[in-house]
Design a protein around this ligand. Sequence first.
Ligand SMILES: [Zn+2]
Length: 119
Amino acid sequence: MKTATWDYSRAAILTTINLPGTLVSSEGQGPTGDIAADEGLGATFDFFEQIFDRNLIDNSEMLLTATVHFGKDYNNAFRNSVQMFFGDGDGQIFNRFTIALDVIGHELAHGVTEDESRL
Ligand SMILES: [Zn+2]
């Protein structure tokens, strides 16, 4: 297993007005100050690397592209054929989707499945 520690900003994490949005963080950069970009994406990517021994950057850079603050009060997260999207939630039923590592892992796993099995 690789033991390298990845900075949590190694992915292209974007904040959006027009998709995919404005680049706020990319590989090798530190925290952005935007909690949605900083709080869980990097930790999830580290988990895939360290526990599953998957270097997603080498496998497919696009797997790690995420847009945060998607929509307005958007109550969901999803992945299309290109990248992941995370809403901030409406604050009533849902909080930010970037706060939940299991949600991020779920969306990332969609990308792995698509990339490797072509489903
Ligand atoms: Zn799903």
